[in-house]
Design a protein around this ligand. Structure first.
Ligand code: HEM
Ligand SMILES: *[C@@H]1O[C@H](CO)[C@@H](O)[C@H](O)[C@H]1NC(C)=O
Ligand SMILES: *[C@@H]1O[C@H](CO)[C@@H](O)[C@H](O)[C@H]1NC(C)=O
Length: 246
């Protein structure tokens, strides 16, 4: 750690033995030279890095994570990729690369071109296209619709994937079930018959949950077919889960 490089030329001590025979003056002299030679900012920086390293190691020792169990969306590779694609999409770079690459790439790379070039933000789904993202196809992400908004929940396949406790929310907009907790009868976005104030408050609560989560993010909107069925009754179903709000 001592910055020997910045030390001024020192009167040569003939032998190491002689140096150690006068330790007091030597040490004081050297540390003085250190402070003169090193920019004070470097010392602060060094301590900061040291504190950070100790912090990460301590966090890893106690929680097995480097951020005290704190979770960042940006630490997730899929989200990083999403942000990258979103930025490219905004700057219209894909339009340029598209025309070039489509002439260069072989036919066999259609999957790559599809995933890369079909990116749009916000992406617009129909009920049918949203249904593809229920987790059954492991090559595709898992999306949850909620009153018209669509969220990527792929990071929690255990909960939303096939066999998961909340798989019924995947690949569809079941806003009504988010309000009523009727996970078999109310898997629809049709909110008619519900108390509008309670529905609005429950839905905005769940939307906030998905938007603030470190694992989920908003990807687009689902445009529903007009509802032609008669309104469902607002009664409580037998399999109703008792909790409301996130
Ligand atoms: C209106 C009623 C309810 C709604 C809309 C609802 C919705 C949800 C949602 C969306 C999740 C996933 C959260 C996440 O992504 O991390 C969840 C998780 C969970 N809920 Fe509910 N819930 C309701 C009622 C209940 C009730 C009554 C119980 C208790 C019996 C319950 C137990 C759980 C448990 C244990 C989890 C964690 C599951 C896991 O991560 O594997 N929920 N709930
Ligand atoms: C998911 O959707 C596909 C196609 O829409 C369907 O064949 C499959 O049964 C669905 N899986 C689940 C678990 O709902
Ligand atoms: C739910 O969707 C309806 C119709 O698009 C809209 O008027 C309402 O504000 C939405 N509620 C929330 C909480 O997003």
């Amino acid at each position: 750690m001592s910055s020997a490089r910045y030390r001024k030329p020192y009167p040569a001590s003939p032998t190491p033995t002689l140096r150690s025979s006068q330790p007091d003056t030597q040490t004081r002299d050297e540390s003085y030279q250190d402070e003169v030679g090193e920019h004070p900012f470097l010392g602060v920086l060094r301590n900061l890095v040291l504190i950070l390293v100790i912090n990460f190691l301590l966090s890893y020792y106690i929680t097995s994570t480097f951020f005290w169990n704190y979770d960042f969306r940006l630490l997730r590779f899929r989200y990083l990729l999403f942000v990258l694609l979103k930025t490219l999409y905004k700057t219209k770079v894909p339009e340029l690369t598209k025309s070039v690459l489509l002439n260069v790439l072989p036919e066999s790379s259609t999957l790559f071109t599809l995933t890369f070039f079909t990116f749009e933000f916000p992406r617009i789904f129909s009920d049918d296209t949203l249904a593809l993202y229920n987790g059954s196809n492991t090559a595709l992400p898992i999306y949850v619709g909620l009153n018209g908004s669509v969220y990527d929940v792929t990071e929690n396949r255990r909960t939303y994937g096939p066999g998961g406790p909340y798989n019924h929310f995947a690949g569809r907009d079941a806003a009504r079930a988010f309000v009523t907790g009727c996970f078999t009868t109310d898997l629809t976005h049709d909110l008619r018959g519900l108390d509008p104030v309670a529905a609005e408050s429950d839905i905005s609560g769940w939307k906030a949950f998905f938007e603030k989560s470190a694992r989920y993010w908003y990807v687009g909107d689902v445009i529903h077919e007009p509802i032609t069925k008669p309104p469902q009754l607002g009664h409580l179903c037998s399999s109703r889960a008792g909790r409301t709000g996130p």
